[in-house]
Ligand binder design. Structure first.
Ligand SMILES: Cc1cc2nc3c(=O)[nH]c(=O)nc-3n(C[C@H](O)[C@H](O)[C@H](O)COP(=O)(O)OP(=O)(O)OC[C@H]3O[C@@H](n4cnc5c(N)ncnc54)[C@H](O)[C@@H]3O)c2cc1C
Length: 397
């Protein structure tokens, strides 16, 4: 075999997985279609990623958290959910006795840059950049990866980290639940008149949502999800009209708004693979579960999943068992899938309930917010999800 493990995709999940294996003694390759220069200096893509304490801990253990730079990490102290024009809100904040914020906001650009910088300074894996994977097959003897230039690489285990639209997952015959929400997210950094006090806002109305992700005290990232047919209208608006539109949608909660930088947009698609492994093959990151961004869990799940898989592989190596064995891969799925399923389907339920503007749904969500506000165990559970440094332990169902 050319390699013990071949990872397809040097996105944040694939690179994190390589870093998790760096002391394993395994010979690892990571294959990426982009050139190394783009990985080293990724472009800003509009995404500000909300990270949990577990993600912070995992990135810190890899050494990539330390490379973010303090000025690029924005604490999230509280979060409020609002329904329509009502001022009633479901509010969470970090408990008074906690040692830190609810979570952190870091741009995807900085996450990618920091993880790649750590990877490049390590000897975690051989990077084959500018290399497109054309086809993958596996059998009992190993995995065989055909590249664009016609050469074939072999590895004892193949890992796909090649986006939620993973071609490899498809070639390996792994079915997935696919959800085209028919909506797009428009993202834009804005300055505002009133401070946000590091509080995220999630406002549900007009059959869409508007989120405020707090960055510096007078700067935030605004994320608007609308029906995909309406997104071009928002993209084409003049800057002045867009500023007024956002201020008005926010009910002037942050005063006047001013766009800084470009507007970005993403069609929203959710994917959940029905299996996270096959013969000598496993999925990590968005290739396993690609989430709707409203609950901000996609990369958090990806980080947690790759850590669980790497731990099982390292455990097998220590016990001198084959690390590619189905039992090892099944143990990964058993730990990761229950949590991923709950988050994926839970998020879809929230999206459905909170973007339906018919009267019964409006009444139901008002009730949900009021009941949730008076249910301390529920609020504690959500806080725990954000602030726990442990992998969630749910039963397989
Ligand atoms: C608008 C938006 C907001 C988000 N907000 C949050 C948030 O607040 N919190 C959160 O946790 N997550 C969030 N996410 C999700 C997060 O951005 C993703 O989960 C994460 O970036 C996925 O990382 P990945 O490495 O799995 O995949 P990717 O970043 O997609 O990387 C995959 C890599 O594989 C490479 N590749 C693909 N095919 C091939 C091939 N054939 N050959 C070689 N290389 C290949 C690609 O070039 C790419 O580099 C958000 C997503 C969106 C769209």
């Amino acid at each position: 075999m050319d390699y013990d493990i071949a990872i397809i995709g040097a996105g944040p999940a694939g690179l994190s997985f390589a870093l998790s294996l760096r002391d394993s003694g395994l010979k690892v390759a990571i294959i990426e279609k982009q050139p190394a220069e783009s990985l080293q200096a990724p472009a800003y893509d509009g995404r500000e990623i909300a990270l949990t304490h577990l993600s912070q801990k995992l990135m810190h253990a890899h050494g990539s958290w330390q490379r973010l730079g303090d000025g690029n990490i924005h604490p999230l102290m509280a979060a409020s959910v609002l329904n329509g024009r009502s001022d009633y809100r479901l509010h969470f904040d970090a408990p008074a006795n906690s040692k830190g914020p609810l979570g952190y906001l870091v741009s995807n650009q900085n996450i990618r840059r920091a993880i790649f910088a750590e990877f490049a300074s390590s000897e975690a894996a051989t990077l084959l950049d500018n290399t497109n994977v054309q086809h993958v097959r596996t059998d009992a003897s190993g995995g065989y990866i055909t590249l664009d230039n016609g050469t074939t690489l072999s590895a004892s285990l193949v890992i796909a980290a090649d986006t939620r639209f993973s071609a490899t997952r498809n070639q390996m015959g792994i079915a997935s639940d696919y959800n085209d929400y028919g909506r797009s997210a428009l993202l834009c950094v804005m300055e505002h008149e009133q401070p946000h006090h590091h509080t995220a806002l999630e406002c549900f109305f007009y059959g869409g949502t508007l989120a405020v992700l707090p960055l510096d005290e007078y700067r935030c990232s605004v994320v608007i999800t609308v029906n995909s047919a309406q997104v071009s209208e928002l993209l084409q608006m003049s800057e002045e009209a867009f500023n007024n539109e956002v201020a008005q949608r926010l009910g002037n909660r942050l005063g006047s708004m001013k766009q800084c930088g470009e507007r970005y947009h993403y069609p929203l698609v959710g994917v959940h693979a029905r299996k996270f492994y096959g013969e000598r093959f496993a999925l990590v990151g968005d290739a396993a579960v690609g989430m709707h961004p409203v609950t901000a869990h996609g990369f958090n799940l990806g980080l947690s999943g790759q850590d669980l898989l790497a731990s099982e592989i390292i455990k097998a190596c220590k016990n001198q068992r084959p690390f590619w064995d189905n039992q090892v891969l099944a143990a990964y799925q058993q730990q990761h899938m229950p949590n991923a399923r709950v988050l994926y389907h839970g998020t879809n339920t929230v999206v459905g309930l909170f973007t339906d503007d018919r009267l019964p749904a409006r009444l139901l969500r008002t009730a949900v917010l009021r009941i949730s506000n008076h249910l301390p165990p529920l609020k504690q559970a959500i806080r725990h999800k954000l602030m726990s440094e442990q992998h969630p332990r749910l039963r397989v169902f």
